[in-house]
Write a protein that binds this ligand. Structure first.
Ligand code: UD1
Length: 417
């Protein structure tokens, strides 16, 4: 397993890069496919570590999974399946918590190991549990597991105190197989939620309002497996857009849905980076004198927390001081120590980072504390003088398909060890 990435920086990136299917949509759709009877075929699933772990969990449950010759993924659940996520696998992947809604929707019971994943702050499940309870579930938490069974399943109305992506998805999956109508108020509005809604509806479900903060789900008796193509990854796209900007190159980012990228495009344009539409996607062109900007992470359509570290990398070489406020995950500034080793000037106070732009960054030995921070370290390294060695690179392969090949394709000097 390649654990380290080595980059010789200072080369502008040029060319075109094709964006893969969205990690966060793929993970939830893979889980949701166990709600259906028959074989689901998913197109555009990225080959990344998190997907591998999710498929490994499915196989442990007795679900047949197969990559087909045309690169699609087949998922076929057995008539009777296990409804317990194995601890050893679940601890590697936060999104394994999505089995809660899917198991309950399919069989009325679930035993979920409290999940792991990126260490980016406290990630409670109170909102997921509140949703399950509102729909008639009885939930107990003991020894690191959530055990739940549906006692009197009935659609209901759930208000989320925060528009949690995972809680919205879990409730949508459970409600789609629960009799009656469920409404989710203050629901998450992310494009991945809309993708899940479209997927459930393709299978014969009745979900309305996804993409707004009020989602209505009418439970159905049966969902039937279908073929479905996953949306492109807006965070991967954003990462390559910053790669073009930070190296002062020019990159055509292909296979994207521009509306999903509005918050990222708006902020990049504020820095002065040039972005123009192209029939195949967006062309991003770097400039010499980047303007500093302020960023606040928020649920969609606010600026995504999953792009915060990458934008911080860009602001590290802007001409002036930027202020970044992280409102979603409290530990997302762990990467600052690593950035500092590369010559960045960043001060953290609680949820706020003050980034004072510097003229040059220099290569160093650093380690990747989480997935998006790892991607941001690659961006820094591409812009820095000399060589950077990024340890714990395995985090990056969790979420970026073929990242080494894609950066090499743009002329970057990058390899694994
Ligand atoms: C998903 C994404 C992740 C992204 C995040 C926010 C997947 C697989 N992961 O994670 O990449 O960074 O959305 O866009 O889709 N919270 C509670 N109680 C709960 C649930 C969440 O307080 O029951 C809080 C969390 O602590 C956090 C915030 O809500 O502060 C956002 O979490 P949430 O939207 O649930 O993120 P995830 O679904 O885990």
């Amino acid at each position: 397993m390649q654990e380290r990435i080595i980059i010789e920086g200072g080369k502008p990136l040029y060319g075109r890069v094709r964006i893969s299917g969205a990690k966060n949509a793929a993970l939830v759709l893979i889980v949701a496919s166990i709600l259906a009877d028959g074989e689901t075929i998913l197109d555009n699933v990225p080959h990344i570590r998190d997907v591998e772990v999710m498929l490994h969990i499915l196989r442990e449950l007795g679900v047949a999974t197969k990559w087909n010759d045309d690169n699609s993924l087949s998922i076929n659940p057995p008539a009777v399946m296990k409804t317990e996520t194995p601890y050893e696998l679940a601890k590697k992947l936060r999104a394994s918590n999505l089995f809660l809604g899917a198991f309950l929707g399919r069989t009325g019971q679930a035993l979920i190991s409290l999940p792991g994943g990126c260490d980016i702050g406290s990630r409670p499940m109170d909102l997921h549990i509140k949703g399950v309870q509102s729909l008639g579930g009885v939930v107990e938490i003991e020894h690191g597991f959530i055990s739940a069974r549906m006692k009197k399943p009935q659609g209901s109305s759930v208000y989320l105190d925060f528009p949690s992506v995972g809680a919205t998805e879990n409730i949508m999956m459970l409600a789609s197989k629960t009799p009656g109508v469920t409404t989710i108020e203050n629901a998450a509005r992310e494009p991945e939620i809309v993708d899940l809604s479209n997927f459930i509806n393709t299978m014969g479900g009745k979900v309305r309002g996804a993409g707004t903060d009020l989602i209505k789900i009418e439970g159905v008796e049966r969902l039937t497996a279908r073929r479905y193509a996953i949306i492109p990854d807006r965070i991967e796209a954003g990462t390559y857009m910053v790669a073009a900007a930070i190296t002062r190159g020019e990159v055509l980012v292909e296979n994207i849905i521009p509306t999903h990228l509005h918050p990222i495009i708006a902020k990049l344009q504020e820095t002065g980076v040039l972005i123009r539409e192209h029939e195949k996607g967006l062309v991003v062109k770097g400039i010499n004198r980047l303007r500093p900007i302020d960023i606040k992470t928020m649920p969609y359509p606010g600026f995504p927390t999953d792009m915060q570290s990458q934008m911080m990398a860009l602001m590290a070489i802007a001409e002036g001081t930027s202020v970044i406020v992280e409102n979603v995950f409290e530990n997302r500034f762990q990467v600052v120590d690593e950035f500092t080793r590369m010559g960045a000037k960043i001060k953290v106070e609680g949820h706020t980072a003050i980034v004072e732009g510097v003229k040059t960054l220099c290569g160093a030995r650093v380690k990747s504390p989480d997935l998006r921070a790892g991607a941001a370290l690659i961006l820094m390294a591409l812009a820095a003088r000399d060589e950077t060695r990024i340890d714990h690179a395995v985090h990056i392969f969790r979420g970026y398909e073929n990242i080494i090949e894609k950066i090499k394709g743009l002329g970057g000097n990058i390899k694994t060890e």
